[in-house]
Design a protein around this ligand. Structure first.
Ligand code: BG6
Length: 505
């Protein structure tokens, strides 16, 4: 733990960071720019070294040269040249094989040499920017090389990227494999949604303000909608996506993070285990759907051709590396119930998909209606119930919709908005979304990382859906046009309950 406690705004302690998969996209797009932003915010330790490890054919010199040549294309504003040369002077590269013990000895030697050259000491931090099949083997090699040992004064931590397993069994197996080498407090399972400002703000909004919490329950809330819609298709990730699909790709991780932060009970503190314990409680209060519920409450979809801004868009089945008869879901919508005192009887509707009409991630809290009788004959039938919208992207906003009198001599009502806009009120921040997560790992704050039991509780719910879907192959794919809002069945899911999806403009 950082001597002054987490988030004291101080630079993290000295550390050698190793990135596995250093020559991949994530490293240049997110990780290196995030390190620069942290340095600019004075949160990086001055005594620091970075080692890139991957199979790419580089030397330290050629990797530094490549990063220097390419970094401009991945950051919005130019990086301060002093920060860049500070980082490059302490950046090294090792070409290695993730399964080769001798290469991990080379890594060990390089870590020791860099630690000495930059007076770092013994803290180590490893970032797995690699394909999931390498997570366990790399950790095993690290263990065998003696690189995962920590003591009271020095840490060794590992950040694991998603996907964390591809079903309940593989997630459990991965947890077992990692824990054979590491303690839970050394494992940082990343979910990049938790790096988004508005997602972090959900807790502050709920628990740092006294006006919302008293109404945050079944007495006042009619239902909740969580949407993560994308306009992009599968892009060049057909190979991965064919083994995943929308349900696995987005639900047990990103959507369940949004769900649990929205629905959790107040934690006793913001300590990692206090918060994560409350998030797990939410997942455990969700009954995994029975087969008949999967059929009636879960909708899967796959995009067909359609029209987008750039013209005609191809069907999923015609994308690169996708089978022409693929039954992979690119859309999923469903209804969940949280069986606890706060939420009994309040449906949570979730949807996510690719090639939808708009890019938008948001949580919409729909409050109950007022009794009509008072405003009879005033157009109240046109008045919608209060809504609170937490917009996560593309704009980061929180808005409250309420009814107001339309000016004039006659009593007419209309909906209006009160809005908080991050960029307008706080200015645009220079962020890749990874800064906070990387800093938190360096200061030992795991609040925004997934604990083993959270991951397994998420997969437990999703597994029952996958089992039914596997047993009953779809016959109607593709069932929504690119550029639309998804399959008709998703509309019907809400219509059956007398509700509708919020129209996202
Ligand atoms: C990733 C998924 O985890 O999240 C992608 O693998 C998806 O398929 C992405 O596009 C969405 O992230 P964001 O930050 O663009 O909402």
């Amino acid at each position: 733990m950082h001597p002054n406690g987490p988030h004291s705004g101080q630079a993290a302690d000295p550390v050698v960071m190793t990135i596995f998969g250093a020559s991949g996209d994530l490293t240049k797009r997110k990780l290196i720019p995030a390190l620069c932003n942290l340095a600019e915010a004075k949160l990086m330790p001055h005594q620091f070294a970075l080692i890139g490890f991957s199979s790419g054919d580089f030397t330290t010199e050629s990797w530094r040269a490549q990063l220097t040549a390419e970094i401009g294309g991945f950051v919005g504003q130019p990086i301060d040249p002093k920060i860049w040369s500070w980082l490059m002077e302490r950046t090294y590269y090792i070409k290695g094989d993730f399964g080769n013990a001798a290469d991990f000895q080379k890594l060990k030697d390089q870590i020791a040499a860099a630690a000495q050259a930059h007076q770092v000491g013994d803290n180590k931090y490893f970032y797995m920017a690699v394909a999931p099949r390498f997570f366990a083997p790399v950790v095993q090699q690290l263990g065998q090389a003696g690189l995962t040992k920590q003591d009271a004064n020095h840490y060794a931590r590992v950040i694991v990227e998603k996907p964390f397993g591809r079903d309940l069994d593989s997630a459990k197996q991965l947890n077992r494999d990692l824990k054979a080498v590491l303690d839970e407090n050394q494992i940082y399972r990343i979910d990049h949604y938790l790096g988004k400002e508005t997602v972090q703000n959900i807790m502050v909004f709920r628990f740092g303000n006294s006006i919302f919490e008293p109404i945050w329950n079944r007495h006042y809330i009619d239902h909740v909608q969580i949407t993560a819609s994308e306009t992009v298709g599968v892009e060049h990730r057909g190979g991965y996506y064919e083994t995943s699909g929308a349900l696995r790709d987005m639900v047990p991780n990103h959507l369940f993070q949004l769900l649990t932060l929205t629905a959790m009970e107040p934690p006793v503190s913001f300590a990692a285990d206090a918060v994560r314990g409350k998030q797990v409680d939410v997942l455990q209060a969700i009954q995994p759907p029975a087969p008949e519920d999967v059929l009636s409450r879960m909708v899967r979809g796959q995009y067909g051709e359609g029209d987008g801004k750039e013209g005609r868009l191809p069907a999923y089945r015609n994308e690169e590396d996708v089978a022409p008869d693929s039954s992979t879901d690119t859309y999923v919508a469903f209804k969940l119930a949280i069986d606890n005192w706060r939420w009994a009887g309040v449906p949570f509707y979730l949807r996510t998909g690719k090639r939808l009409a708009k890019r938008a991630t948001e949580i919409a809290i729909q409050f109950r209606r007022t009794p009509f009788v008072l405003f009879r004959d005033t157009g109240v039938q046109n008045l919608q119930a209060n809504k609170l919208i937490i917009s996560i992207q593309p704009g980061e906003k929180i808005s409250i919709q309420f009814g107001a009198k339309i000016p004039g001599p006659v009593m007419h009502l209309g909906p209006v908005n009160m809005e908080f806009d991050y960029a307008r009120d706080f200015g645009a921040s220079k962020s890749t979304g990874y800064e906070r997560l990387m800093y938190d790992c360096m200061i030992g704050d795991a609040t925004l990382f997934q604990r083993a039991d959270m991951v397994e509780a998420g997969w437990n719910i999703v597994q029952s859906v996958m089992d039914v879907w596997k047993a009953l192959p779809v016959r109607n794919f593709p069932n929504y046009a690119s550029g639309s809002w998804g399959p008709q069945e998703a509309e019907e899911l809400l219509h059956r309950d007398g509700r509708e999806w919020r129209k996202i403009e």
